[in-house]
Design a binder for this molecule. Structure first.
Ligand SMILES: Nc1ncnc2c1ncn2[C@@H]1O[C@H](COP(=O)(O)OP(=O)(O)OP(=O)(O)O)[C@@H](O)[C@H]1O
Length: 251
């Protein structure tokens, strides 16, 4: 049985006269990878920022697990298991790879006094951090400073940091941005490995990645959802081809 995890209901956001999010409604089913694609400036990042709680919509609702979270701030959403993979700038470059993840584990457990009372808490944090590093293929880099990682490895670390919040829904904003071919392949493999363990909303320009990973695709154009469906349906849809894919192929 499929269950709706996230329901976006006529969400709207204007910046001045610009309708960046124009009555967007979409549904994300538990366990799926749902890609949001669209031309530059279509409003993808602003949409994800509203889902994560960074940007407040002007109107509309966001339901998560049936609960209206539209007014909750980002920290409250993270506690409920809705996490965004942050940009590289939020990594702590002087700390080791493992410490970056361990700090995220600690932040998650911050409210639990009992966790810190245990003498083994640091070991437990490190063990969990290593588990997340294993999941993203960075275990062998654990003791290096984060600053020494390649660009692609930093993106892997970002995902490990997000996993440390134990998300049920992970929002990924262009996880492949700036990566080379080999790094992109590695990241696609890593995200494919996470499929089924959590639900993902993925913004990505790399169509190969979208078609490799997504169960469903929503196409955003000028702040509105133009079409939604399986990757194959979207690839075949003349409206989508004209608005986006055709543009890519022509380019
Ligand atoms: N804080 C802001 N103030 C004013 N305009 C904004 C703001 N944030 C975004 N915009 C505008 O909203 C539009 C959509 O931006 P957004 O970054 O969401 O698009 P996008 O689809 O993610 O683009 P890209 O694919 O290039 O990353 C753009 O025209 C952008 O200039």
């Amino acid at each position: 049985m499929t269950r709706t995890l996230l329901q976006v209901d006529t969400l709207s956001k204007n910046y001045g006269a610009l309708k960046v999010t124009d009555a967007v409604s979409m549904t994300v089913t538990e366990g799926e990878v749902h890609a949001v694609i669209g031309p530059n400036g279509a409003g993808k990042t602003t949409l994800i920022a509203q889902l994560s709680g960074q940007v407040r919509p002007d109107s509309g609702r966001i339901l998560y697990g049936g609960e209206d979270i539209t007014r909750l701030d980002m920290a409250a959403r993270v506690r409920k298991g809705l996490a965004r993979s942050f940009q590289i700038t939020t990594l702590l470059p002087g700390f080791s790879v493992k410490e970056n993840v361990a700090l995220a584990v600690q932040a998650r457990n911050g409210s639990s006094f009992r966790f810190f009372r245990a003498a083994a808490s640091e070991a437990a944090r490190n063990d969990e951090a290593m588990q997340h590093l294993q999941d993203v293929g960075l275990a062998d880099r654990a003791d290096r400073p984060a600053s020494a990682l390649s660009h692609g490895e930093k993106r892997q670390l970002e995902i490990a940091v997000a996993l440390a919040t134990r998300p049920r829904l992970l929002l990924l904003d262009e996880p492949l941005a700036g990566t080379g071919l080999e790094e992109a392949d590695q990241l696609i493999g890593l995200l494919a490995g996470l499929k089924g363990r959590l639900t993902m909303v993925l913004i990505e320009h790399d169509m190969e990645a979208v078609f490799a990973l997504a169960d469903r695709v929503s196409v955003l154009v000028y702040g509105s959802i133009l079409a939604s469906g399986s990757p194959a349906e979207m690839r075949a849809d003349p409206k989508v081809r004209a608005a986006y894919l055709g543009e890519e192929e022509a380019g």
